[in-house]
Ligand binder design. Structure first.
Ligand code: KG4
Ligand code: ZN
Length: 335
């Protein structure tokens, strides 16, 4: 039995959790900074780091109280080491290391992308091998998870991450930050057949590309919004653009994942990262994956959270040698 106290501060969410044996979440808290960053339409790294300092101790206290635990009950103390915003990462890592030093418990470093993969182990019985699609604000990768500690990156985005494309499209249409959830909600009200937006063809068929889709979407918006007679027409236009954009983005992701799983003979699919909260993506897989066992994280474990860090600390802790360059074909870049 192992109880992990986990911290996640890689970007703009301050999160703490207590997780038993990699799967059972005893308590999980997150304080987001959406209101702060919405003012700027994107994340300001310096502000994000300062807010982590304010939020991390209340988060920790809440988690210990909710699980009715003290630091004495904890076996390991874990934190996301990277990739992420350096100033943000530092806060979680230093708090975790300090607690580990004071309590004389081992500190465990975790890779952020591996933690997203592990979000599908929480409260579930998923075990490798499986094909994993990681879709977040910083990354879009298709991975063959061969065992808990052996993951092969089969493909990734050549330009924008899909979450980044959602956020940029939303920002330029004046829909606020983060844009993904707003575009998702508006897409449900719109006509996805109104605009035929492009799905990129890539040389390596397991790679992705979203910058062409993003640009085409913005061109349609610029052209069509100039023609709107009133606010009602403009609202309908935005809903239809969101629906058409979402249809193209979801099809680009879903089609490649399904055909790759068929080629590799994998029967289990797992989707993770912030964009795995997307309702269009969930419906796409619902309708087309009867022959697979498909896993999505619980909604609260899609975007950054510390429960997934607690799971990764149990299943795939970073060794001193493999820190930060674990399974990217290229050197890992920060968001
Ligand atoms: O995993 P995450 O919290 O942070 C990164 O590691 O990047 O993902 C955040 C991203 C943002 O781009 C956000 O717009 C997107 O996930 N996102 C969504 C939805 N909810 C969050 N994108 C599309 N539909 C959603 N429902
Ligand atoms: Zn993330």
């Amino acid at each position: 039995m192992s109880l992990v106290l986990a911290f996640e501060t890689s970007c703009d969410d301050t999160a703490v959790a207590l997780v038993r044996d990699g799967r059972e979440v005893l308590a999980s808290r997150r304080i987001d900074q959406n209101t702060l960053h919405a003012k700027y339409g994107g994340i300001i790294p310096e502000e994000a780091a300062r807010q982590h300092l304010v939020a991390i101790h209340p988060c920790l206290q809440d988690v210990l109280d909710e699980a009715n635990c003290t630091l004495d009950d904890v076996d390991h103390i874990a934190a996301t080491l990277g990739p992420g915003l350096v100033g943000s990462l530092l806060v979680g890592v230093q708090v975790a290391k300090t607690l580990a030093f004071i309590t004389e418990k081992p500190f465990v470093a975790v890779h952020h992308l591996q933690a997203h993969i592990c979000s599908n182990f929480l409260d579930s019985d998923l075990a490798p091998p499986f094909l994993c699609l990681l879709v977040s604000g910083g990354h879009t990768q298709l991975m063959h998870v061969k065992s808990y500690t052996d993951t092969e990156v089969l493909g990734e985005t050549l330009d924008d991450a899909v979450g980044e494309a959602y956020d940029k499209v939303a920002r330029l249409m004046g829909l606020g930050f983060p844009g993904g959830p707003v575009v998702d909600a508006l897409a449900a009200l719109g006509d996805s057949s109104r605009f035929n937006l492009p799905i990129a063809v890539t040389k390596n068929k397991t790679d992705f590309s979203f910058s062409g889709l993003k640009t085409a979407t913005l061109r349609v918006y610029e052209k069509e919004s100039a023609r709107c007679a009133d606010e009602t027409e403009r609202e309908t236009l935005i809903q239809d653009i969101c629906a058409s954009f979402q249809k193209a983005a979801v099809t680009a992701l879903g089609k490649k994942m399904i055909s790759t799983a068929q080629e590799l003979g994998l029967s289990q699919l797992a989707v993770c990262g912030g964009v795995s909260a997307n309702q269009g993506l969930r419906q796409y897989f619902d309708k087309r994956t009867a022959q697979f066992n498909t896993f999505f994280p619980k909604m609260s474990f899609c975007t950054d959270n510390a429960a997934m860090v607690g799971s990764a600390a149990y299943f795939c802790p970073l060794s001193n040698d493999d820190r930060l360059e674990v399974f990217s074909r290229h050197p890992i870049q920060t968001n």
